[in-house]
Write a protein that binds this ligand. Structure first.
Ligand code: MCA
Length: 481
């Protein structure tokens, strides 16, 4: 079996049922199937074949969904690019993934063929509504998700049909997702949360999904009350924003909602408490990664314990190991290592990084956790200095390298600063050189880096605190009095 066999539960099994709503329009599963069949044959006619990569730089849209399904049907590897990325970040992925083409509405500097989604849709209308004949087994790669790299440049996590399938089957079973659900998806499809969990749970369960281009907190109450969803996935920032909805509206939303899920960053226990008081629902928090999809989840039935990510999902083995790769004692913190059908195939064309990522067949997550006597996991930190802002991963090294390229900066360090809405935001500690002007530097960052990576503050200091080995001691960084 491969993903198409699971998708056919809805694409064929629920052909005449409304599947997808977007900006006031709706499509049945049969229409989604026909459109993605035609698109797959068009891509094939344009020279794409199983194993080729197709980069996609698009905001959430039905066209992005159809492209993904067409790639799955053809065995083409789907490579989504964060729509907030700028040229510097995009060009790295276009070079690394080595795709046949890029699909986008934006102006992107590349020598690759660039196809606009509307143009593809128009050309595909002339193709037959026929499934391409491609023999794919579950170990075929389905997608490459670029995850910010600790070394400053991101690496492509290769996820197979089986990875996506195992993840979706787990979530449908454990979160009771069925064709009766009405699913509101506001998360970006260029990340695993929106693509791996969102799109796959929708298409395999056969539920009705309303897709949003993005989460807009100003119109969230109206959107919820108009569509009346039963299922919603969010990052903690979204739930913080939902706390601002008037109590009467929140109660109304709580009356038709079945399940709120949170992930991609830690959910503050207080936010979970406040949310329960306002909506009458206990958010279900879970833990995943781009390299492994979902690993650990609080239970649907049973205690959803605040501050924890719950229990390992079916088929997934978890170890907490110390620096010597030995199991830690009960209640001690250790690094999370994972093994299971959800764990990726490796980093694209990075045998070295892939080798380093596994110990005895277990994937090394870089996350630090403890386990309670009754098996609940609590994440307590990270091996690297990853910053998670509004659910987006930021590796300071990438920003530090960019800042160090500026002639007006001698050296810089980027650290996390707590933020009520986004959890953490990046701030830069800068040793200035001649001509330094924070506004000029910020403008350059805004031009070259995704908005969520731009340091919220540029703090000038005389020198960076370093240990005897010369390593910057970020925990000693503080604003001058
Ligand atoms: C944010 N912005 C966007 C989007 N999201 N622009 C276009 N499309 C988006 N999807 C930009 C806004 O234009 C603005 O840019 C800035 O972000 C902040 O926007 P704001 O309106 O203040 O939004 P917010 O209330 O802060 O909410 C932000 C958000 C966003 C919508 C929650 O952070 C988001 O969608 N986060 C989800 C990320 C995600 O899917 N993470 C999963 C990774 P400007 O500042 O220029 O005006 S996968 C993962 O982590 C693992 C696998 C897992 O376990 O899930």
């Amino acid at each position: 079996m491969n993903l198409c066999d699971l998708f056919d539960l809805s694409l064929k099994g629920r052909r005449d049922v409304v599947a997808l709503e977007f900006r006031g329009r709706a499509w049945t599963f049969g229409e989604v199937d026909a459109r993605s069949n035609r698109l797959a044959l068009l891509l094939q006619q344009k020279g794409l074949a199983a194993g080729d990569r197709l980069c996609v730089y698009l905001a959430n849209s039905p066209e992005m969904i159809e492209l993904y399904i067409a790639c799955v049907k053809l065995g083409v590897i789907f490579v989504p690019i964060n729509i907030l990325y700028r040229d510097r970040e995009i060009s790295h992925i276009l070079h690394d993934a080595d795709p046949k083409a890029l699909v986008t509405d934006s102006e992107v500097a590349t020598a690759l063929p660039v196809w606009a989604p509307a143009e593809l849709t128009r050309e595909a209308e002339a193709m037959e509504d026929r499934r391409p004949e491609v023999d794919l087994d579950g170990d075929a790669p389905a997608g490459i998700i670029y995850t910010s790299g600790t070394t400053g440049t991101s690496k492509g996590a290769v996820l197979s049909h089986n990875n996506f399938a195992a993840n979706a089957v787990n979530l449908l079973a454990c979160w009771r997702i069925t064709s009766e659900d009405r699913f509101l998806l506001a998360l970006p499809l260029f990340h695993v949360h929106g693509l791996g969990n969102g799109l796959h749970c929708w298409l395999i369960s056969g539920c009705r999904m309303r897709l949003l281009e993005r989460f807009e907190h100003q119109s969230a109450a109206e959107t919820f009350c108009e569509f009346r969803p039963t299922l919603f996935f969010g990052v903690p920032t979204v739930y913080v924003r939902l706390l601002d909805i008037p109590a009467d509206k929140a109660r109304e939303i709580g009356s038709f909602m079945r399940l709120f899920v949170s992930g991609s960053a830690p959910l503050a226990a207080q936010v979970m408490e406040d949310f329960r008081a306002l909506y009458g629902h206990t958010i279900l928090e879970r833990y995943g990664m781009s390299e492994t999809l979902m690993n650990i989840s609080n239970p649907y039935e049973g205690e959803r314990r605040p501050g924890t990510v719950g229990l390992p999902l079916p088929g997934i083995s978890v170890r907490l190991l110390n620096a010597q790769h030995e199991p830690v004692a009960e209640g001690e913190t250790g690094e999370v290592y994972l093994r299971g059908p959800n764990v990726f195939m490796g980093y694209w064309r990075r045998e070295d990084a892939t080798r380093e990522a596994f110990v005895d067949g277990y994937f090394r997550t870089g996350d630090i956790a403890t386990r309670s006597k009754d098996g609940y996991y609590t994440l307590s930190g990270r091996r690297s200095d990853l910053i998670i802002s509004g659910g987006f991963n930021i590796y300071p090294r990438e920003i530090e390298e960019f800042l160090s390229e500026q002639p007006e900066i001698e050296e810089a360090a980027v650290a996390a600063q707590a933020d009520r809405v986004r959890g953490e935001v990046p701030v830069a500690y800068v040793v200035p050189a001649a001509g330094y002007d924070a506004a000029v530097i910020e403008a350059r960052c805004r031009e070259k880096l995704a908005s969520f990576k731009i340091p919220r503050e540029f703090i000038c200091i005389e020198k960076l605190p370093r240990n005897a080995l010369g390593k910057v001691q970020k925990h000693l960084l503080k604003k001058p009095a």
